[in-house]
Design a protein around this ligand. Structure first.
Ligand SMILES: NC(=O)c1ccc[n+]([C@@H]2O[C@H](COP(=O)([O-])OP(=O)(O)OC[C@H]3O[C@@H](n4cnc5c(N)ncnc54)[C@H](OP(=O)(O)O)[C@@H]3O)[C@@H](O)[C@H]2O)c1
Length: 312
């Protein structure tokens, strides 16, 4: 579909780092490595240039393979893509940060990472077990390191040149304020759950004031109940504008000034999620008027992923 609407190509310049982040991002939280590689390839083909990864997803190699093939075939240049990955909770101790970063970079097969995030503000017992538990099944946290100490280790990665920007994920506004106050290199990106049922307006306002990009995950509500894409307001707008409900919700996210992540293993949906165009101001206002309030992912409370995508 030819269109002069450039919403899908929106790039948000980073004031706290180099480059610009494409607003419409593809998330790689896909359990199966074959599906990860295929979906990443499809995402590249349909036009996604922003990829969100994590050591916790255990599939950085598959994402890296897909990107390498596109790079080697000359379909993209390295500077065309923006790649984020994340430090897992078990690697918060400063001496573990650089090795974890280098391991992610190696698996992704990239010389540099565009943005490195602390996946959650919760430190778990350091080690190779990503989900350390005691005999009662309780998470084993690590009280031997502070978030500021971990942040300072990320700052040193930026000094090293192989990490272009740094940020936080699953963070509350209060904790973000603490890091901004203590930081030598301020956060460039904050990745949190956000969608019309959890718009996080206060956090967005703070981010705008401090030159931080708010990157929304679960932009489609994780596909969980209550289904955002079945919301009568969203459906009404979609019918009126001849778009899909997903396209309405994603356009809203870009137009209010956030970057976003979606994930699908279905090629037609990957394409649908990139083919965005502007929605009118009255539709933006209608979505803002939605009063349903839902947090789908409890990770922000414990550091434990509250939602793992089903396999297959
Ligand atoms: N920082 C964190 O703690 C954190 C937590 C969770 C996720 N994330 C990141 O955010 C990314 C996005 O994941 P998400 O679950 O939040 O994404 P999402 O896009 O909100 O939800 C994905 C679900 O929606 C379905 N879906 C995708 N496109 C659709 C469409 N056009 N119409 C109808 N259903 C659609 C998918 O099913 P199909 O695959 O069957 O299409 C899947 O079940 C992840 O990959 C990850 O990178 C970060």
């Amino acid at each position: 579909m030819a269109t002069s609407d450039t919403l899908r190509y929106t790039r948000i310049p980073l004031t706290r780092g180099s480059g610009a982040i494409p607003a419409v991002g593809f998330g790689t939280l896909i359990p199966d490595p074959v599906a990860t590689k295929q979906s990443t390839e499809t995402a590249l083909e349909v036009g996604f240039r922003h990829f969100d990864c994590a050591e916790r997803y255990r599939n950085e190699e598959a994402v890296g393979d897909a990107m390498q093939e596109a790079l080697k075939a000359g379909k993209i240049q390295r500077e065309d893509i923006f790649v984020t990955t994340k430090l897992w909770n078990t690697n918060h101790r400063p001496e573990r940060v650089k090795p974890a970063f280098d391991a992610s970079r190696r698996r992704l097969q990239l010389d540099y990472i565009d943005c490195y995030l602390i996946h959650t503000p919760f430190a778990f017992r350091p080690g190779d077990e990503q989900d350390p538990r005691d005999e009662r099944g309780q998470v084993i946290y690590d009280s031997g390191v502070t978030l500021v100490e971990t942040w300072q280790a990320l700052e040193r990665l930026v000094d090293g040149g192989q990490c272009k920007s740094i940020g936080l994920s699953d963070i509350t506004l209060d904790k973000l304020r603490e890091i901004v106050a203590a930081a030598r290199i301020k956060p460039a990106v904050v990745q949190v759950e956000s969608h019309p049922y959890l718009p996080e307006w206060d956090l967005l306002e703070y981010c705008n004031l401090h030159g931080i990009v708010l990157l929304a995950f679960a932009a489609l509500g994780h596909g969980m109940e209550p289904r955002l894409l079945d919301d009568p307001v969203i459906i009404g707008i979609a019918q009126r504008l001849r778009k899909t409900p997903a396209q309405v919700v994603l356009a809203w996210a870009v137009q209010r000034g956030t970057a976003l992540l979606t994930t699908s293993i279905k090629p037609s949906r990957i394409q649908e999620n990139f083919e965005l165009s502007t929605i009118p101001e009255d539709a933006m206002r209608e979505i803002r008027g939605i009063t349903t309030s839902v947090r789908f992912n409890a990770v922000v409370e414990t550091g434990v992923p509250g939602f793992i995508r089903r396999a297959g």
